[in-house]
Design a protein around this ligand. Structure first.
Ligand SMILES: Cc1ncc(COP(=O)(O)O)c(C=O)c1O
Length: 401
């Protein structure tokens, strides 16, 4: 086929996800009848709560099916303001909230509103897969701040300082983190706060996993560490993970009024508004009982305990115990350089491929998160699958010589 059309220049910068090859292969194997166990999913294995679905159905029955206000229906923005006040103690006005089509869309609107060519944005690494491409789509440059499993993936002030330049415009924090499950300590957040205040950085706090936390006590947060950062922080959140609503596509951002206004301009010229029906469902989630994420978390705990015990029992595998979210991120680099049937496992993509071929388990290579020593497994799946999957994982690793 001849290519008459050329893609836009910006598309040349966006790299295809290294997860795609493994995903495509997993799907093909499954379609051919192989008993693939899937540990690659990034969504809770729960159904959206019944009262939330009912609110969506009611919205349809009542003909609530037209365009809404660009930043979201006023009652949802008010409900988000109240929920944040009750849960976190931070005060926002409804004009400081934007409701959009999922957390990822909030990040996109934020990046397009805040960052442009010549700007640098610090991204603690391992990072969630979409941060660097979204920053690049805005024309800015992601600057990777390395985090180590030996420091429990916490930010080190010395490393942070190395990333800062006169072009630094912001930093993205994700705590609890996808993929590591780590939570940044108050000390680490203090260093970020000091640098952000001094250099007028934008602080982007992606709090999408903040209801799935396995630690007691308050979740450390940049806005609690330094309330003065309120005027330069954007808090991103949504109902995808907390209410098992990944398909409804509702996220929201809270932040300074003029940045939210800029984000609304982008939204008005792109998606107009998030789905009217999904906004009504999200309203029921935000206003209603908050026990759903608690129950979900309670279901995750025994799975987490099992998977960590199992990983730690496998020779040369190390894994930092996640403090939140529903992923484990074991370091498997001790097995790199080993081989099976003549094929050398050189990196995380080879390892995920090997797991798929030899153990019929789908995982996500750490390279997708900028951390090639690791492979990510989601435990948002049943205990039976976890037990069988971990058994297969160990068996496969033991075949490597
Ligand atoms: C860290 C992080 N932020 C944001 C998102 C986006 O969530 P949503 O499905 O609401 O777009 C995800 C989804 O996997 C995530 O892991």
């Amino acid at each position: 086929m001849t290519t008459i059309l050329n893609v836009a220049e910006r598309m040349l910068q966006i790299k295809p996800s290294p997860t795609l090859a493994v995903n495509a292969k997993a799907k093909a194997l499954k379609a051919s009848g192989a008993d693939i166990l899937n540990f690659s999913v990034g969504e809770p294995d729960f159904d959206t709560p019944a009262h939330v679905c009912a609110a969506g159905k009611d919205a349809i029955d009542q003909g609530f099916t037209r365009y809404t206000a660009v930043p979201g229906i006023p009652e949802l923005r008010e409900a988000i303001v109240d929920r944040i006040k009750v849960d976190k103690g931070w005060t926002y006005g409804a004009d400081q909230i934007q409701v959009c089509c999922g957390g990822k869309h909030g990040l996109y609107n934020m990046a397009m509103s805040l960052f442009g060519p010549g700007d640098e944005v610090i991204v603690p690494t391992p990072y969630w897969v979409s941060y660097p491409p979204i920053i690049e789509l805005a024309g800015a440059t992601p600057v990777l701040l390395p985090l180590s499993d030996t420091d429990n993936f916490d930010i080190k002030e010395s490393e942070l300082k190395k990333c800062a330049t006169p072009r630094t415009k912001g930093i993205i924090l994700n705590s609890p983190s996808n993929p590591t499950g780590a939570i940044f300590s108050n000390e680490a957040l203090r260093s970020v706060a000091d640098m952000a205040l001094e250099n007028k950085w934008a602080v982007i706090s992606d709090d999408i996993y903040d209801t799935i936390v396995y630690e007691d006590g308050p979740l450390p947060h940049i806005l609690n560490v330094e309330p003065k950062l309120m005027d330069q922080t954007l808090v991103l959140n949504g109902v995808s993970k907390s209410f098992a609503m990944t398909g409804w596509r509702i996220g929201y951002t809270a932040g300074p009024k003029h940045i939210i206004a800029a984000m609304n301009k982008i939204q008005s010229q792109s998606t107009s508004n998030a789905s009217s029906v999904a906004q009504k469902a999200a309203l029921a989630a935000v206003l209603g009982p908050q026990d759903f994420p608690v129950k979900m978390k309670e279901a995750f705990v025994p799975r987490l305990d099992f998977i960590i015990d199992k990983l730690e029992s496998i020779p040369d595998v190390t894994c930092v115990r996640p403090k939140g979210a529903f992923y484990v991120f074991p370091n498997l680099s001790a097995y790199y350089g080993k081989s099976f049937n003549g094929k050398v496992i050189g990196n995380s993509v080879d390892m995920a491929d090997f797991f798929l071929d030899e153990a019929l388990i789908a995982s996500v290579p750490g390279a997708a998160f900028g951390a090639d020593d690791f492979v990510r497994f989601s435990f948002a799946t049943s205990m039976d699958i976890i037990k069988e999957g971990m058994r297969r994982l160990e068996e496969a690793l033991m075949k490597l010589t």
